[in-house]
Ligand binder design. Structure first.
Ligand SMILES: Nc1ncnc2c1ncn2[C@@H]1O[C@H](COP(=O)(O)OP(=O)(O)OP(=O)(O)O)[C@@H](O)[C@H]1O
Length: 493
């Protein structure tokens, strides 16, 4: 060895040794014994795959079987003839009644979109969106479960991989929507470990909803479920007036007026019969509530002393009634002999935040807090509308049990109205288009998922009809049941 030179180990031979599966090393006799077990295993595997195919594509499988039978029985002419007749029949059906065609043919869309869109791209999208995981060198992929295409949206169920939370998916919702060519994507938890993705393609609430006929009798109105519009899944949009306090927030022109009138429209039979009393505050000088003053038992058209006095007298009523109920009943019912009282405030901020008189502001806030926090059980409800949802404006937002976010200015306002994390679940109230006033995201206390809905639109003519309806003196005013003898189901405390 020359002086100064160093010994260097030769590079290790980097040739991967061929690795044979362990079972190839087993003795021949053992292999022979294991063969039936392996064959049964393979059969079970094949049957499981077949069952999966039938589960996910039932109609395609049935059609394929029918086609095979036809082909065997009559040959390709028969098969071609039947297929042509079906195609022609389908075309005529679509042409004559497109709606029913789309409704009935939903399975075809579901199975086609599952194959061509979701199953086909699933692995790639999951990898690119970082929704896969690796453990012990093995890749774990979220499982694509059942899908359903409803035209305006596709529902895609997914089994999460271990260690994954719905929040992971909420964070990737926008990317998933773009990957699967949808306008937006919402994530809903179905059960532990399974989420459902809603891929939205169009807006089922794009059309204006006219108000339904005014109800003729009181029995059709349930204050726990007042239908004031339709949700995007086509169900009635129901608000809980009895036992709930409602806060509606939206920018100018968001359609807060329709929310308010739709509620009054639906409870009109009870207003007419005296079972419901409505108090109103309209700081805009009566621009809104002044359209049907006959509906209100008391109304203030400003945000000054009169409005605050109204709030304070209502707060006193709340306390007095609660005291009367104590030990007798726990919750208001019509049989209590006293009316349900609904307070409607058109621009809440004007009453409790933009007051120049500090003393009036404090009095209004204190009274409203009493009404919202103590009014539910003794039969006092609040429907407050406001444009600005910030805490400085409505410091006690959390006292409202149902919060309604109509069109908002900024994304950050959504969680202010609906609660932390609700926007991530898809409630994009700041993306409601200007062209659809009356559309809102609704979040009820105790329900994880917000609902998208649109309120009925009472026109000026409808409001005139409403005024005539409630002031119709020929209406029968129901006597209140006797307070003492009533068996109303209201439970004693
Ligand atoms: N549910 C609805 N469906 C269809 N159109 C509606 C609906 N609600 C309101 N509109 C339309 O939107 C316009 C604005 O509605 P509205 O005045 O109720 O908004 P707002 O939120 O009360 O605004 P502001 O805060 O300025 O009073 C109305 O002129 C009405 O034509």
């Amino acid at each position: 060895m020359r002086a100064g030179s160093r010994w260097v180990d030769p590079a290790p031979l980097e040739v991967a040794r061929p690795r044979l599966p362990w079972w190839t090393m087993l003795p021949g006799k053992v292999k022979l014994v294991l063969l039936p077990v392996v064959l049964v295993g393979l059969l079970v595997w094949a049957l499981a795959h077949l069952a999966r195919l039938v589960w996910y594509y039932p109609v395609t499988v049935v059609l394929a079987l029918v086609a095979a039978v036809l082909y065997r029985a009559g040959g390709h002419w028969w098969l071609g003839g039947v297929a042509l007749a079906l195609a022609l029949g389908g075309f005529i059906w679509w042409w004559r009644d497109t709606d029913s065609f789309h409704r009935r043919i939903r399975w075809a869309r579901t199975e086609y979109r599952r194959t061509a869109l979701y199953a086909y791209q699933w692995r790639t999208v999951m990898r690119l969106a970082n929704l896969t995981g690796t453990a012990k060198g093995k890749e774990h992929l979220p499982k694509l479960k059942r899908t359903r295409s409803e035209g305006w949206r596709d529902l895609v169920r997914v089994r999460l991989i271990k260690g994954q939370a719905p929040e992971h998916w909420e964070a990737h919702a926008s990317g998933l929507a773009h990957s699967f060519r949808a306008n937006s994507c919402r994530v809903r938890v179905v059960k532990p470990g399974t989420v459902e993705l809603d891929f939205i393609h169009s807006d089922p609430l794009a059309a204006v909803l006219p108000v339904p006929e005014l109800a003729t009798d009181e029995s059709s109105v349930d204050l726990r479920k007042v239908t004031i519009g339709r949700t995007e899944t086509g169900k009635p949009w129901r608000l809980k007036l009895l036992g709930g306090q409602l806060l509606g927030v939206g920018v100018q022109g968001a359609g807060k007026g329709s929310l308010l009138w739709a509620v009054l429209w639906k409870i009109a039979p009870l207003i007419r019969s005296g079972l419901v009393k409505v108090y109103g505050i309209d700081p805009k000088g009566g621009m809104e509530l002044g359209q049907a003053p006959e509906l209100f038992d008391q109304v203030a058209y400003d945000n000054g002393e009169k409005a605050v006095a109204l709030l304070e007298s209502m707060a006193v009523e709340v306390r007095e009634r609660a005291a009367r109920f104590r030990g007798i009943r726990r919750f208001w019912t019509p049989a209590s002999g006293e009316p349900f009282v609904l307070l409607v405030v058109d621009e809440l901020a004007d009453v409790i935040a933009y007051q120049t008189d500090k003393r009036l502001k404090e009095r209004a806030q204190a009274a409203l807090q009493t009404i919202t926090s103590q009014g539910r059980a003794p039969g006092f409800g609040v429907l407050a509308l406001v444009q600005d949802p910030r805490k400085e404006i409505v410091p006690f937002r959390n006292l409202f049990t149902t919060r309604i976010a109509m069109r908002l200015d900024e994304a950050a306002q959504v969680d202010m109205v609906l609660g932390d994390g609700v926007r991530a679940r898809g409630a994009n109230a700041h993306e409601i288009p200007e062209s659809t006033p009356g559309v809102a995201w609704v979040k009820e206390d105790g329900r994880r998922h917000p609902v998208r809905a649109r309120a009925f639109y009472p026109t000026d003519t409808n409001l005139i009809e409403l005024r005539h309806y409630v002031s119709d003196t020929s209406a029968t005013v129901l006597p209140f049941p006797d307070n003492t003898s009533a068996t109303d189901g209201g439970s004693a405390a």
